[in-house]
Ligand binder design. Structure first.
Ligand code: PXG
Length: 468
C-alpha cells in the first residue's frame, strides 16, 4: 500500500508534541528533552518512524495488534459501517446489528458457560465494570457486605481509579489516592524472582494458598471476587508454575467467591489457545477482554459473564446503573467481528499453537545461553528474558532495577527491534501472524542487542550482583 509521506518534519512534530501532548506512562521532562519517536506507518509486523527507520515490532503495539498491521479488510469494514450507522447507543432498550453479531460470536468462542457480554472501550473500563458488577451481583443476591476484591501484587488491570486499584503496581498506587477501599493484594507466583530455594511446583502451591489465607483473614462473607491474569503481562510475562492455577481454581470452587480472569492480554490466541483460561484450565465466572478482540484497530473491550451470573442478574439484579456512551460502538464492533472472522479463516490460533509458538519457544529458550540471561521463558507468543549479572544465582543487579533493562531497550530501538523492558526483564508479545523467518530475525536481533548491552553494562561497571 502507498503510504502518505507529507508529514511535517520530525523536529516540528516533536516540538508540537512536547508543547501540547501529555503522554501516558512517560516522564514529561525526559520526552520533551529527547523528542518523541514518531511512528508514521506500519505493515505486517514492522513499524516505520518519521525518519524512515523500520523496526520489527515484537510488542504488537501494546500487546494488541495480533493480526498484524495493514489489514485492509478491517479498514473496509470500518468505512462501510461509518456510512451505514456510524453511531448508536446500546442504552435504554436499543441495540444494533454489529453489536448483536459480535456478542453472539464472542459467546460462541468462549470456553465454559461464559455467555453474556457487557461492552466497554478498553480493558480499564471493563475492569471498572467488573468491580461494580460483582458488588451489584452480591447485593442483588442479598449479600451487600460481600464487597472485597482480592487481587495480586504486580498485577496490571488498567489505569483508571478502579482498575488501577485492582492492579498491584506500587508506583501507580503512590499517585492519586489508590487503591480505593475494599481491594487487597496477595503475592504473585513469580518463581524466578521470589521462589528462593523452592521448586517452582512447591512455590506455585504456596502462592496459590495465600488466596485461601486471605479469604480467611477477611472473612468469606466479605469477599466478592478474586481477579488475576492467567499470565501476568505488564508485570513481566510471569508464567505461573504448573501447580498454581489448579490450586486457585480449587480454592475458588470451595468458597463462595467469583473468579475474574483478566484476559485482556491472553485472550484471542496469545497463549496458543483462544483463551488463557483454556491453556491453564481456569473456569472463570467473568472474563475481561480487550486488545486482541479488535487487534487494536478499534478501542473495544468487555466483561463476559457466565450464564449463571447473567441469569441470576436477570432474575434479581434489576437495572444495572452503569454504561459507557461507546459501549458496543458499531464501528468498533464491526471491526472486531471482521478481526475474529479473519482469525478463524486463517487459523491464526492453531498456527500459534502448532507452528509459530513452538518455534518461538525453541528460539527464545536458546537466548538463555547468553551470558546476560538468567532465564528465557515463553508461552504461545509471549516471552521474557531475565537479565542478570550472575546466572547461577538468579541474582538481580546491584544498580537500581531497570538500569540495565533500559540500556537494552535503547539498543533494541536503535537496532530495529521493539522489545520492552520491565525492570531488568526484557519482554515480547509479537503479532500472532509473525512468521518463522521473522522469529529468526527477532531472535538474531535480540542476541545482538544482548551483546551490546553486556558490553555497555561491563564498561559502566554494572555487572555487579545485588540482593533480592
Ligand atoms: N488488563 C490487563 C491484563 C492489561 O494488560 C488492561 C487490563 C487495561 O487495558 P486498557 O485497554 O485500559 O489499557 C491491560 C493493559 C505495558 C502496558 O506497558 C500494558 C497494558 C496497557 C498499557 C501498557 O505492558 N495492558
Amino acid at each position: 500500500m502507498e503510504h502518505r509521506t507529507n508529514f511535517p518534519s520530525t523536529q516540528d512534530m516533536q516540538a508540537s508534541d512536547a508543547a501540547h501532548h501529555l503522554h501516558p506512562f512517560t516522564d514529561t521532562a525526559d520526552i520533551n528533552a529527547k523528542g518523541a519517536r514518531v511512528i508514521t506507518q506500519a505493515e505486517g509486523v514492522y513499524i516505520t518512524d518519521s525518519e524512515g527507520n523500520t523496526m520489527l515490532d515484537a510488542m504488537a503495539g501494546l500487546w494488541c495488534v495480533n493480526i498484524g498491521y495493514g489489514r485492509k479488510e478491517l479498514a473496509d469494514v470500518a468505512y462501510r459501517q461509518m456510512q451505514e450507522l456510524p453511531y448508536y447507543n446500546t442504552f435504554f432498550m436499543t441495540s444494533h446489528p454489529p453489536v448483536i453479531a459480535l456478542a453472539d460470536q464472542i459467546a460462541s468462542l468462549m470456553p465454559g458457560d461464559l455467555n453474556r457480554v457487557f461492552f466497554s472501550c478498553s480493558g480499564s473500563e471493563a475492569n471498572d465494570t467488573n468491580i461494580r458488577l460483582v458488588r451489584h451481583y452480591w447485593a442483588s443476591m442479598g449479600k451487600p457486605e460481600k464487597t472485597v476484591i482480592i487481587s495480586r501484587k504486580n498485577a496490571y488491570h488498567g489505569s483508571s481509579m478502579g482498575s488501577g486499584s485492582l492492579g498491584g503496581m506500587t508506583g501507580m498506587h503512590a499517585q492519586g489516592g489508590m487503591p480505593i477501599p475494599d481491594i487487597t493484594h496477595i503475592d504473585q507466583p513469580y518463581w524466578y524472582g521470589e521462589g528462593g530455594d523452592m521448586t517452582p511446583e512447591e512455590f506455585g502451591l504456596q502462592r496459590a494458598r495465600e488466596l485461601e489465607r486471605e479469604i480467611a483473614r477477611i472473612g468469606e462473607d466479605r469477599v466478592a471476587a478474586f481477579i488475576a491474569e492467567p499470565v501476568q503481562g505488564a508485570g513481566g510475562v510471569i508464567i505461573p508454575p504448573s501447580t498454581y492455577w489448579p490450586e486457585i481454581q480449587r480454592i475458588c470452587d470451595e468458597h463462595e467467591i467469583l473468579l475474574i480472569a483478566d484476559e485482556v492480554i491472553c485472550a484471542f490466541g496469545r497463549t496458543g489457545n483462544w483463551f488463557g483460561s483454556q491453556t491453564f484450565d481456569i473456569r472463570p465466572d467473568i472474563m475481561t477482554i480487550a486488545k486482541g478482540l479488535s487487534s487494536g484497530y478499534q478501542p473495544i473491550g468487555g466483561s463476559v459473564l457466565s450464564e449463571k451470573i447473567a441469569k441470576d442478574l436477570d432474575e434479581k439484579g434489576g437495572e444495572f446503573a452503569h454504561g459507557y456512551t461507546y459501549s458496543g460502538h458499531p464501528v468498533a464492533a464491526a471491526v472486531a467481528l471482521e478481526n475474529l472472522r479473519i482469525m478463524q479463516e486463517e487459523k491464526i490460533v492453531k498456527n500459534v499453537r502448532d507452528i509459530t509458538g513452538p518455534y518461538l519457544a525453541a528460539k527464545w529458550a536458546a537466548l538463555a545461553d547468553h551470558p546476560l540471561v538468567g532465564e528465557a521463558r515463553s508461552i504461545g507468543m509471549m516471552g521474557a528474558l531475565e537479565l542478570t549479572p550472575d546466572k547461577s544465582a538468579r541474582a538481580p543487579f546491584a544498580a537500581d532495577a531497570g538500569t540495565v533493562g533500559y540500556i537494552c531497550r535503547e539498543f533494541c530501538f536503535n537496532n530495529g527491534l521493539i522489545m520492552r523492558h520491565v525492570g531488568d526483564k526484557m519482554i515480547i508479545s509479537p503479532p500472532l501472524v509473525m512468521t518463522t523467518d521473522e522469529i529468526d530475525e527477532l531472535a538474531d536481533k535480540a542476541w545482538k542487542c544482548l551483546d551490546l548491552t553486556l558490553a555497555e553494562a561491563k564498561s559502566q561497571g554494572l555487572m555487579v550482583a545485588g540482593k533480592r
